[in-house]
Design a protein. Structure first.
Length: 91
């Protein structure tokens, strides 16, 4: 497993919202555009880009999911204390 990953994410309040966004992604909509449109996180303005981060920087559920992804892969909804995240590994 890598020491660092570069990810983007979309944060929403409910699992149903997250699933609807995943459906839109699966139909070909761009991750960055959906992040700008729907994410509750300030990173949404940057297409959800969180930059590169190492272990111990994010909440455990988020970190575990992010480090399991391959480059270009998108996670199923990940629940944390902040809401539901859809994570995309950029590098």
């Amino acid at each position: 497993m890598p020491d660092k990953v570069h990810c983007a994410h979309i944060l929403v309040k409910t699992e149903s919202e997250a699933k609807k966004i995943l459906e839109r992604l699966n139909k070909g909509e761009k991750f960055a555009n959906l992040a700008k449109e729907t994410s509750l996180c300030p990173s949404g303005k940057k297409g959800g880009d969180l930059g590169t981060f190492g272990r111990g920087r994010m909440v455990k559920e988020f970190e575990t999911a992010a480090f399991k992804l391959n480059k270009g892969e998108i996670s199923p909804p990940v629940k944390t204390k902040f809401g539901y995240h859809i994570i995309k590994r950029l590098e």
